[in-house]
Ligand binder design. Structure first.
Ligand SMILES: CC(C)(COP(=O)(O)OP(=O)(O)OC[C@H]1O[C@@H](n2cnc3c(N)ncnc32)[C@H](O)[C@@H]1OP(=O)(O)O)[C@@H](O)C(=O)NCCC(=O)NCCS
Length: 239
């Protein structure tokens, strides 16, 4: 069971961090507990378990920017199968506008129906609660959008069908920062590694029980990499 420090210990830590007396009072008053906030607690426990399984330590700090950190500060909204946060950015045509960043939490299969339903829920929800931010596009930045996946997965697989919804931003000439072999390893095998991701020892040790898992190893063995790609769904096109 996840336990937070007692109020007195939390207060000492806040003082140690130089937090003002007023902020200490507000922070302590805003503390959550498992009895009054069971759903939040379930999420925290799930994150903590996943973090320990993948990284071998407690906490949520080694997860990427999105998901746990966004969710726990109330900036990520889970709507059906997908999750969203609000953003503003540049579109492929150079215009700037409000966007919804799309995240794909681990879990149930990414069926077309579940995505259709989630996108529709997002349009309803954000239209109702943030009417001053007219959204022009959904944006996703993920290994799931790497078109190389379609070389290995069937055309009717959920991932390939999800990819087809998006218009892809071109990969930068120096795409080294978009290489995401370690992300894929984490999402597909639940493993984090410190060494070289393509080492023969590592690849030999991985289970090959799904098409995606076989694709991962075949791809790296052939000297290629996986890339994190950015894609848009423009709302002027149909979903
Ligand atoms: C997104 C996700 C739900 C897609 O799973 P899905 O709906 O089963 O996808 P597909 O139907 O396209 O799967 C095609 C094949 O790849 C396998 N596969 C897909 N994702 C897999 C994963 N994360 N791990 C292992 N195998 C996976 C499937 O089992 C299937 O293989 P099979 O036919 O041999 O059984 C899944 O990849 C997942 O949970 N990923 C973690 C979350 C994530 O990566 N989010 C994005 C973060 S940037």
């Amino acid at each position: 069971m996840l336990k937070l420090p007692e109020d007195s210990v939390a207060l000492q830590r806040l003082h140690h961090l130089g937090v003002s007396a007023r902020d200490c009072v507000e922070t302590l008053a805003a503390r959550r507990d498992p009895h009054h906030h069971p759903e939040l607690w379930r999420q925290l426990q799930r994150c903590r378990r996943a973090h320990r399984a993948i990284h071998g330590t407690s906490g949520i700090g080694r997860f990427g920017q999105w998901c746990p950190p966004l969710r726990f500060r109330g900036a990520e909204y889970g709507l059906g199968r997908l999750a969203y946060d609000r953003g503003r950015g540049e579109l492929p045509n150079g215009d700037t506008s409000y966007l919804l960043n799309v995240h794909v939490p681990s879990g149930d299969p990414l069926t077309t129906e579940s995505c259709d339903s989630s996108f529709q829920q997002a349009l309803d929800f954000f239209g109702r609660h943030f009417p001053d931010e007219p959204v022009s596009s959904f944006v996703c930045h993920s290994w799931l959008l790497d078109p190389q996946l379609a070389e290995y997965l069937p055309a009717d697989s959920n991932i390939v069908r999800f990819q087809r919804r998006f218009e892809l931003k071109q990969l930068a000439q120096s795409a080294v920062y978009d290489v995401c072999d370690t992300d894929v390893l984490r999402y597909v095998f639940g493993k984090a590694i410190d060494g070289p991701e393509g080492s023969d020892d590592l690849l030999d040790s991985l289970p090959l029980d799904t098409t995606m898992r076989r694709a991962f190893t075949t791809h790296l063995r052939s000297g290629r990499h996986w890339y994190r790609r950015t894609g848009w769904i423009s709302l002027s096109r149909c979903l």
